[in-house]
Each structure stands twice: as C-alpha cells, then as structure tokens.
Design a protein around this ligand. Structure first.
Ligand code: PEP
Ligand code: MN
Length: 337
C-alpha cells in the first residue's frame, strides 16, 4: 500500500508514520515530491491496520497497491527516477545514446569504435567481454582481458562503459572495470544474478527477456531494487513473435506502457530488436518518438569481420547519419540528445 501524506505536512508527522509502519515489521520507501510525500509500504499489507494509519496526523489517504511490483511502480514514486552516469542523466530530457560493438575484440577495434561514436555524439561505450552465445562453439568473448580494454579506452576517450555480466560470481570483477552492468535478455529471470547486481552499487541495464512480459520485466527490476540497488534502467530489445523477417519484434508499445507503470528510465536496443543494420535507424527514430530515454546501438568499424552480430552492426559513418536523424526526432518531441 501507499500512504499519501497531506500537502506540505510537517516532517514530524512523516517520521511518526514511518516509524509506526516499520515497528509493525514492514519496510518503507519514501518518495518526496514537490508538494507531498508518499510512503510506500513493503510487506504483507493484510497485517497492517489501514484504518489506524489513515487516522494518523498528516495522513491524507491510504491506498492499496494492487500491482505485484512495488519499488519499481509509479504509485510508489510518481516522479521519474534519474540515473546519472558520468554526468549523462537517464530519465531526464536528454536522450542518452550508448554505442559500440557487440563484442570487445581487440584494443584497436574498441579504440577506433569509441573515437568514432564519441565524435558522432554517443554518451557511453558498449562492448561485451563475456558473451551469452546461442552456440557453445561461437566466440565467447575476451573475458577479463576485454574488460581491461574497455577500461583503457574509457581512460583514453572519457566515455564510460557498459558491459554484460552473466553470472553472480562475475559481478565483483566486472564492477571493478565497468560503469554500468548489463543483464542480457537470456538472464532476465536469473534471480541469483539479479540479487547479486542488486547488492552492487553500479547502475544496471536490465534487458527484457525475449519471451517475457512487461510485468515480468518489472518483477525482475523489483528483485534488483529490493536488494537495495535502485539504479535500474529498463531495456526493450525485441521479443519473439511469429514474424521471421526480423530477428525479433520491437515491442514499441512497451515504451509508453513502461513509462505509465514505472518511474524507471526506459531505453531501446534497435540492433537486437531488428537484427539488420538497414532497419536500425528507423527503429531508433520510432523509439525516441515513443518516449524512450535512451538507445543502445551496435557499431563496428568493419561489420563483415565482426566476431558477433555483424549483420546488425552499423559502420561508423552510418551511425553518424543515424545520430543526425534521431536528433531531429528528439527535438520534435521536446527532447535533446
Ligand atoms: C548484446 O547486447 O550484445 C546482447 C547479447 O543482447 P541481448 O541480451 O539483448 O541479446
Ligand atoms: Mn549483440
């Protein structure tokens, strides 16, 4: 349930309610708005005396939250969450662009890509060092050596880096090098991993499972948040449907639906959503028009030679073109980039 306090009620009243709820064995989450404070209550609400709480000084009303996700819900926190990485804020007016290859392949490849995407206006660098490949015989990533390359290129270019973590035991190692931890589509419901990243203090980009509902995505965000880490960025990356022309189907509906249901920032991955570089620009523009807070896009200096996802990777000059068109869409919907 949420306890909505009266407008401009004094701090003492808020503290009294929080203390009563916590003494009854519940956890609370405070959302301090411009005019009023909302106290979110986490626990089995049937055991709390709603009537007694609603009669407390400064309480406007007590409302049950029927949705299964709480910390992620807009009922608990009406204002958008803002997550800042190197001064680039997800969930604000600016559309944040993360770009780079699917996999880290060498220092030269990362350096060349980073310089090019930065020049084109990207804000963060992406690159996988531990790769979740469908086939065990495909390139599995460079591992820690890849992380070192990412850190070096960050040093050289100033671009902060996002990279995937696939297992709970990798979290500490990857957190030493990365600025954002990515949970891939295949691990969206790996609860041990969600708990582990929830205990780290790094922002997490949580990708929607390719066969998961929007509610399941939010429940996975709830796992991370209930462990104390509220810096969660959601990512729509396409879902499986009967359509075979594209690798996945970009569920553009998910963007406004998520913006209604949650205060967390929402980004779109047009590369995995389409699987074809020719479609990435159109999908990016659609995402920004629909209200996405950011994009994560695969760019490779030589897609034909890429060790993974070359078919959907943009050459740097195409990324430049994409950025200039996306910028116009962003401006048309009152955003910057
Ligand atoms: C990736 O970002 O390269 C990746 C593997 O993405 P996803 O988990 O969405 O397939
Ligand atoms: Mn990829």
């Amino acid at each position: 349930m949420i306890i909505i306090m009266k407008m401009n009620t004094v701090q003492q009243n808020i503290e009294a309610v929080v203390s009563r709820v916590e003494k009854a064995g519940f956890r609370t989450h405070l959302s301090v708005g411009e005019e009023r404070t909302i106290i979110g209550v986490i626990g089995d609400e049937r055991k709390l005396d709603r009537g007694a709480i609603s009669r407390m000084e400064g309480v406007d009303r007590v409302v049950p939250v029927l949705r299964p996700f709480k910390l992620a819900s807009r009922d608990f926190q009406p204002e958008d969450s803002k997550i800042s990485i190197n001064g680039h804020v997800f969930g604000d007016k600016k559309v944040i662009v993360m770009a780079g290859p699917c996999s880290v392949e060498s220092l030269e490849q990362m350096r060349e890509t980073a310089v090019a995407v930065k020049e084109a206006g990207a804000h963060l660098l992406r690159g996988g060092a531990f790769k979740p490949r469908t086939s065990p015989y495909s390139f599995q990533g460079m591992g820690e050596e890849g992380l070192k390359i990412l850190a070096q290129v960050r040093e050289e270019t100033g671009l902060h880096v996002i990279t995937e973590v696939m297992a709970p035991e990798q979290v500490d190692l990857i957190a030493q090098y990365a600025d954002v931890l990515q949970i891939g589509t295949r691990n969206m419901q790996n609860y041990a991993l969600l708990n582990a990243v929830g205990q780290s203090n790094k922002p997490v980009l949580l990708k929607r499972g390719m066969m998961s509902t929007i509610e399941e995505l939010l429940m996975s965000a709830e796992y991370i948040m209930s462990n104390g880490n509220h810096k969660v960025i959601l990512c729509e990356r396409g879902i499986r449907t009967f359509e075979k022309y594209t690798r996945n189907t970009l569920d553009i509906n998910a963007v406004p639906v998520l913006k209604e249901l949650t205060h967390l920032p929402v980004v779109v991955d047009p590369s995995h959503a389409t699987g074809k570089w020719t479609l990435v620009k159109a999908a990016s523009k659609a995402a920004v028009a629909a209200g996405a807070d950011g994009l994560i896009i695969e760019v490779h200096p030589n897609p034909a030679e890429a060790l993974s996802d070359g078919e959907q990777s943009l050459k740097p000059h195409r990324f430049v073109e994409l950025m200039s068109e996306v910028r116009r869409v962003a401006e048309a919907v009152g955003r910057t980039i």
